[in-house]
Design a protein around this ligand. Structure first.
Ligand code: FAD
Length: 510
């Protein structure tokens, strides 16, 4: 019989349980033993409630039923993020999970829009050409139409959910599928003197847990990869200076909005995430420009319902470890690095790590060094692309006279971001890479929202006569506006599809 690989997942937060669920579902069960260690004494970070549409692929691949998952986690629908005050204090725009316009004459929509504007046609904002944004404006939701010719098919969606309930949901899911759970605090890590590979972990109780492959999901502690293996840290705080967050839940208010809101503030930004039973709120700020007391007041003033407890403070630094996979340890989740939650990317990065790992999973008996090399190449691409997208939100701002915003507007940028900015400014070309985040439509929404405008467009767009272009633009705007008529409200959709039960299992949550 083939030797079984002993996989040990360290940590039982969202990362640990997503990895345990994914590995227990996707790997052949006769080739692996899976153990997860978590510590009640340490607990989890307890935040992380907004996601990206990719989470649906994760759930689908695992065979998780959508309505069951939404009921269990108090989940609502997320169609995008509304950014308030990011360019100047009064503006607002939505980064939607949907397409802008349609490609005409073989060229992407933004080239036609740019051409119309440059020709003096009143083409409005790109925001008027996206059906998902119209749904957000109307607080409406229905599942996308399967007919791809329909305007009602041009979007995808993600979820807001309760992070604590989600971890519990996945824990049940993974343990029912064979993952073994050990509760206890790891106090020692033992490494092979020759190879440096981790061999075993000692718990506070004295118990020793041996393994062949360790998935480090220990959160900001990064017990194995940052700690025992001492992989160097790539610090990105020069581009993303926010290093603190205060988080607090508040009572639910109506209407139930199908989007996250991120509102720029003096030294950072506040988030608002509507769940079925409460609203998750937080203030991400830079300690260089704001004290904790002032941050507390900013957050409490931003709530639109009574707070349910005192805010909790979290400390972090932007960056990632130079390698996520070192020896026989792989860091996932907060143990692999941190990018502020502005675009809800952390849970996506956990999922990406899971899918990359199952492709590259070593067999019992040794690790081919090409596997970690490939994983680390993909890991760097994922993180670096998200970083550039986040930095774009900050660097293009007109909030003059506020020290944080003046700093990020004038700082030197990563070369990779400069390149993308120049391509868009010079010719309306938006990034269209296949791997990782973000899509072309995402870049377009933030370029325009932050006031980065194209000065030219692809010549192919000239194939359409200007009069026809003007008519097509106007017809499309009408089709989008008319398309939301009759769509149920987001609140009604949730009631019908997946209303959460209260603690006693009686009826719907408030
Ligand atoms: P944790 O939740 O910290 O879990 C670490 C685990 O390791 C725990 O079980 C702990 O007990 C265990 N552990 C640690 N040390 C030991 C030890 N010595 N022995 C035994 N066990 C140990 N992501 C999103 O996608 N969307 C969001 O909206 C979002 N918002 C966020 C807001 C903030 C302010 C922050 C800080 C993060 C946010 N994130 C968000 C990120 C998200 O919270 C994390 O990616 C996610 O929760 C995964 O965390 P984790 O499992 O890596 O770490």
């Amino acid at each position: 019989m083939a030797q079984r690989l002993r996989i040990v997942v360290v940590g039982g937060g969202t990362a640990g349980w997503m990895m345990a669920s994914g590995l227990s579902r996707l790997l052949p069960s006769d080739q692996y033993d899976l153990t997860l260690i978590e510590s009640d004494e340490i607990g989890t970070v307890g935040v992380g409630e907004a996601t990206l549409p990719h989470i649906k692929q994760f759930n689908d691949r695992l065979g998780i039923d959508e309505a069951e998952f939404m009921r269990a986690t108090g989940a609502t629908i997320k169609l995008g993020i509304e950014f308030v005050g990011w360019n100047n204090p009064t503006d607002r725009y939505i980064h939607p999970f949907g397409a802008f316009g349609e490609p005409w004459a073989g060229v992407d929509f933004q080239h036609h829009w740019a051409r119309a504007r440059l020709a003096g046609i009143d083409a409005g904002s790109l925001q008027d050409y996206c059906y998902a944004i119209e749904l957000c404006r109307a607080n409406a939701f229905e599942l996308p139409d399967a007919d791809t010719a329909s305007i009602r098919s041009t979007y995808s969606y993600a979820y807001h959910f309760d992070a604590g309930l989600y971890a519990g949901f996945l824990r049940g899911w993974a343990t029912r599928r064979g993952a073994k759970r050990i509760e206890g605090r790891i106090t020692d890590v033992h490494r092979d003197a020759e190879t440096g590979h981790v061999r075993s972990l000692t718990l506070k109780s004295g118990e020793s847990v041996e393994g062949d492959f360790f998935v480090d999901c220990s959160g900001f502690r990064s017990l194995l990869v940052g700690g025992a293996c001492q992989v160097p840290w790539c610090d990105w705080s020069e581009w993303l200076p926010c290093d603190r967050a205060l988080a607090v839940p508040s009572d639910r208010v109506e209407p139930l909005t199908p989007f996250t809101r991120a509102t720029a503030a003096k030294a950072g930004w506040t988030w608002r995430i509507p769940l079925q039973h409460r609203i998750g709120n937080g203030y991400v700020f830079s300690s260089r420009w704001c004290g904790e007391e002032e941050a507390h007041d900013t957050l409490m003033a931003a709530l639109d319902g009574p707070a349910q407890m005192e805010p909790r403070l979290l400390r972090f630094a932007a960056g990632r470890w130079a390698r996520a996979w070192a020896g026989n340890c792989l860091a996932v989740g907060l143990a692999s690095g941190f990018l502020e939650p502005l675009e809800s990317t952390s849970i996506f990065l956990i999922q990406a790590a899971l899918f990359d790992l199952v492709e590259l999973m070593p067999r019992a008996g040794g690790i081919d060094p090409r596997l970690p090399a490939e994983f680390n190449r993909l890991f760097a691409i994922h993180y670096d692309r998200v970083r550039d997208f986040l930095v774009l939100h900050y660097m293009a701002n007109s909030r003059h006279g506020e020290p944080l915003w003046d700093h990020v507007r004038t700082m030197p940028l990563p070369d990779s971001l400069m390149h993308k900015l120049e391509l868009f400014r010079e010719g309306a070309v938006a990034p269209g890479y296949k791997l990782g985040l973000f899509s072309r439509d995402s870049w377009l929404s933030v370029f325009e929202g932050q006031g980065v405008m194209p000065g030219d467009y692809a010549r192919l767009a000239d194939r359409l006569p200007l009069a026809e272009l003007e008519k097509r633009l106007s017809d499309l705007r009408t089709r989008i506006r008319d398309g939301v008529v009759g769509v149920p409200s987001h609140g009604d959709f949730i009631k019908r599809h997946c209303a959460a039960r209260d603690a006693a299992g009686q009826g719907e949550a408030a």
